[in-house]
Write a new protein. Structure first.
Length: 352
């Protein structure tokens, strides 16, 4: 099969917009400039006249290649789709000859671009395509987490909601109108518990927000938001009716098995080194309704006897609810971060 490189102008952030022929209307089957309509009679593409598209997907600021993104082209016969590998590469095969809009999605993030496909050829994109930075993100601050620093490295804009002092995060959790301003909300480890007197209201608001398409990320000591709104998702060590009773994890390294395919692709391995530099992290016992993303054998102090116990359990989990996503991770971005954890957190962000 021949390969064709499409040479095009490069726009901001190195992301190109494909405009091979400004006079060509890919939606007009009678357009005489349509290269697949060789006699200009408007005949549809003959079955079997196909080619391919090969390219690469990056984060909005080109900081990383995006693994596990869905890439597809809609055709009369249905979608032709694939996913990006650990280095962001994709290959669409069996695409009908003609001009197509290629669509890319990864969690709440997306982009699209136009490409012309030629018979028995693979069109090579002249430049990587970057996800758009058009996702509305809020970050509730905490004492022991700073996911916003990872967002900065990925070139993503966000709104800070103070969560350590004051009532701003409580106001957010109690207001459906405030929540729905955002596509993704990150709740950092170590935000204060001023919201606890409003547990029932907060649980309803979060469930409605996620069901309508919003995504929430909850790390470590903020786990009780998940326990409150989604008690069926994860069972934590300790008494589920007592906020903070899961703070039992012992500091140290954990060798984790990476269960999520996109995370494994981003790492280039199904093993990861996770480091808990402080004790008393919120330890999940099992995932009851959702998908464990990593698991490993860790040590925790039994909440009654306070004796050390070794157990294999999930270290992060994801659950879909309606059209949104809930994600809990016991590790986060702070002094404890290893290189593996940094890659995993980047992947987590784009999966929301």
């Amino acid at each position: 099969m021949l390969h064709r490189v499409v040479l095009l102008a490069v726009f901001a952030l190195g992301c190109s917009e494909y405009e091979l022929n400004p006079d060509l209307d890919p939606n007009d089957p009678l357009d005489d400039d349509d290269p697949t309509d060789v006699d200009g009679d408007g005949d549809p593409v003959v079955e079997g006249d196909t080619g391919g598209i090969h390219g690469r997907i990056c984060s909005p600021n080109e900081a990383i290649w995006v693994a596990g993104a869905t890439v597809w082209v809609d055709t009369d016969a249905g979608a032709v789709s694939t996913t990006t590998d650990g280095d962001g590469w994709f290959l669409l095969e069996g695409v009908p000859v003609g001009v197509h809009t290629v669509k890319v999605e990864k969690g709440s993030f997306s982009t699209d671009f136009v490409v012309e496909v030629f018979e028995d050829e693979v069109t090579e994109l002249a430049q990587e395509e970057c996800l758009r930075d058009d996702v509305e993100i809020a970050v509730v601050t905490g004492l022991y987490d700073s996911i916003e620093h990872v967002l900065d490295r990925l070139g993503l804009d966000y709104t800070i909601v103070p969560g350590v002092n004051g009532q701003k995060h409580v106001q957010l959790l109690r207001s459906p109108a405030d929540l729905e301003q955002y596509d993704i909300i990150f709740f950092n480890c170590g935000m204060n518990d001023n919201w606890l007197p409003h547990r029932a209201e907060v649980a309803t608001n979060l469930r409605d927000y996620v069901s309508a398409g919003g995504s929430i990320y909850v790390s470590d000591w903020s786990y009780y938001l998940v326990e409150t709104a989604y008690p069926e998702m994860v069972t934590f060590i300790g008494d589920d009716n007592i906020a903070g009773d899961a703070y039992a994890g012992v500091e140290g390294y954990v060798d984790a098995e990476v269960l999520d395919p996109a995370m494994a692709a981003a790492l280039g391995s199904d093993q990861a080194s996770i480091y808990y530099d402080l004790g008393s992290w919120a330890a999940p016992d099992r995932v009851d309704h959702g998908t464990p993303l990593l698991r490993g054998t860790y040590t925790y102090y039994h909440p009654v006897t306070w004796n050390p116990v070794s157990e294999e359990g999930p270290l992060a989990a994801r659950m879909g609810d309606g059209s949104g996503t809930v994600l809990y991770t016991s590790f986060h971005n702070e002094q404890q971060t290893t290189l593996d954890m940094d890659v995993l957190l980047q992947e987590i962000i784009f999966s929301l």
